[in-house]
Design a protein around this ligand. Structure first.
Ligand SMILES: [Zn+2]
Length: 54
């Protein structure tokens, strides 16, 4: 419980936080979250479009 782990979004199992690929399902963890702002902006834009579209 005290070890550093993170939950794999692919299989929902605990994997070591320093692993870049899930040993159970092979999910590739993004090493850097530089894509995250881009996705956030995209989602906000989509929500705005959806809101205006209604
Ligand atoms: Zn996994």
């Amino acid at each position: 419980m005290s070890e550093k782990t993170k939950e794999c979004p692919g299989c929902a199992l605990e994997v070591p936080s320093d692993s870049e690929i899930c040993p159970y399902c092979g999910y590739e963890f993004p090493s850097n979250s530089r894509w995250l702002p881009f996705v956030a902006v995209g989602m906000i834009a989509l929500m705005l479009l959806w809101f205006v579209g209604c």
